[in-house]
Design a protein around this ligand. Sequence first.
Ligand code: SF4
Ligand code: SF4
Length: 350
Amino acid sequence: MRIAFASGKGGAGKTTVAASLAAIWPHPCLIVDADVEAPNLHLFLHPHLEAAQSVYLTVPELDSEKCTACGDCAAMCSYKAIAKLGAGLIVFADMCHGCGGCFEVCQANALKKGKRELGSLQWGSWSLKMGADQNSDQNLNQALGQTSSQTSGKNSGKTLLMGKSRVGEAMSPPLLRAIDGALAAISVGDAASVPDILIDSPPGVSCPAMTTARMADALVLVAESTPFGTYDFKLAHAAFKKLNMPLAVVMNRAGMPGNESGDAALEKYCAAEGLPLLARLPFDLQAAEAYARGYLPLLEQSANALIWQRRFGLLYDAVQRWAGGKIGQIAEPCSAVNICASGTTGAGHA
Ligand code: SF4
Ligand code: SF4
């Protein structure tokens, strides 16, 4: 099962939702940071990064002794990465998109295959750490055992795969495709041995976000119901629904003071569009403060953390009901889970 978490805008809470779900996920799970231009999952999950691999793009290098300065390669390059200047030729490797066209048209065999580093893939294991004083995992296991039957004592088999663009690198889709290749490599063999995969997507609907969505079996849109948030969410929905994949919504910061009509408008839109609303996670100033300190709200050392663990346990249940255990064969939208301030559920709309 591969689920991507996306949002119409940055700051809607998709990283918090993805990381928190990964924290309480009761089966072996791999969380992927595909927000390669600004990866930050590692700041919250504190993985032990065990390995790294550089990712390169094949770019042309000029063999000026063989070049006849015919200009065919410059004419072919749509990205202006090759320029013919008088009798000479200049290759701007940083502008190359790696399409390979110039190699095809050069009859003189004057272009060699060079490489440009795009970034790296890093991976490693992580375990749950509570709050500012980093108490033992046992504390959280105990806490989770008390608050969610599904998550009791399950604090193993968690890994993180992080894509990280080189500073100054403008192209991220090839790096994302390298992530997809890594996911394909671990997805072969016995289905029972393949971990569930949660993917933190880049925000928005640009090329990196769409590339990331295509890696997943299903997409959860994390939405904030402020006027800007709803506007961007609708744009995102319009873009992602063209991918023809299962979509669901998590409303974040529900019940924000003064924004009650925003919540209702977002719910109405989801109902009209047939979008399953998996949960309404409430606005919580304490949670925002925890996040600002670099901690997931459910891993803070506070009573509030227990409530958030319960909420995400319920969201896990909702995701499972939505997916029906087999994403891709979802029969119908499930009911929304209204996860209120106490962490209990209330009635939702279908
Ligand atoms: S590989 Fe494609 S993008 Fe790069 S320089 Fe050649 S033609 Fe241009
Ligand atoms: S196509 Fe080959 S020979 Fe012609 S300008 Fe380009 S590199 Fe030189």
